[in-house]
Design a protein around this ligand. Structure first.
Ligand code: TYD
Length: 216
């Protein structure tokens, strides 16, 4: 049995953090030891880089510099947390991973998918998610949810605006279509509870031994 590596992706406000928390809680309640992580961040060094990336004071950050900072976070996470967890037979659930860079930097910022794939390859050394769960939500609903949560205070990425978020959403839809065997696309307009049940049912039906899979 191999531990699974599952990732949640979506535009800002789609609910990746909430659904990641709910899934981990459900698995822990069932007695599984789960490694829960997030990007950007997830390590001490990564959390410092996260603070810089989300700080509106750095509005002028160059797009390639931004890409490399996300990749630096990812590299540290892979080396320090993901590889040891998976080789120690612990399943991993992450709030965001490589598809965030593809959608935000590659598509929405316009850096292109080939460049981002190269950088992702350096950061991950080939460690891919077994399944990426794309939480799809329209930009307006996502903004309303974010405003409710933060009282209208936006981080540097959120300040890029609705057009930017719309491009990210299109990017995610393209990525989900490109690799259907490794993707699960869900409508995030559902209630928190309904969506978390859909996530769990879909995982069980795809991986009968979830959060593990039979070794190849
Ligand atoms: P997130 O933690 O989801 O923000 P919040 O805590 O406000 O919900 O994500 C931080 C932001 O970073 C989000 O706008 C997506 C962006 N991001 C990228 O642009 N590229 C990446 O590679 C990653 C991992 C995140």
């Amino acid at each position: 049995m191999q531990p699974l590596f599952i990732v949640f992706e979506g535009i800002d406000g789609a609910g990746t953090t909430t659904q990641c928390n709910r899934l981990c809680e459900r698995l822990r309640d069932a007695g599984h030891e789960i490694v829960q992580t997030r990007e950007p961040g997830g390590t001490e060094a990564g959390e410092k880089i996260r603070a810089l990336l989300l700080d509106p004071a750095f509005a002028c950050l160059d797009h390639r510099a931004e890409l490399l900072l996300y990749a630096a976070c990812r590299r540290q996470l892979v080396a320090q947390i993901l590889q040891p967890a998976l080789s120690g037979h612990k399943p991993v659930i992450s709030d965001r991973y490589t598809c965030s860079s593809l959608a935000y930097q590659g598509i929405a910022r316009g850096l292109g998918l080939p460049l981002v794939r190269q950088i992702n390859a350096v950061a991950t050394a080939g460690l891919d998610a077994d399944l990426t769960i794309f939480l799809d939500l329209d930009v307006h609903t996502a903004l309303t949810r974010r405003n409710k949560r933060s009282g209208g205070v936006e981080d540097r990425m959120e300040q890029a605006g609705a057009g930017f978020q719309a491009r990210v959403r299109e990017g995610y839809l393209e990525l989900a279509r490109e690799h259907p065997e490794k993707s699960l696309l869900l409508d995030a307009a559902e209630t928190e509870e309904t969506l978390s049940l859909q996530v769990y049912k879909a995982l069980i039906s795809r991986f009968p031994h979830f959060p593990y899979r039979i070794s190849a």
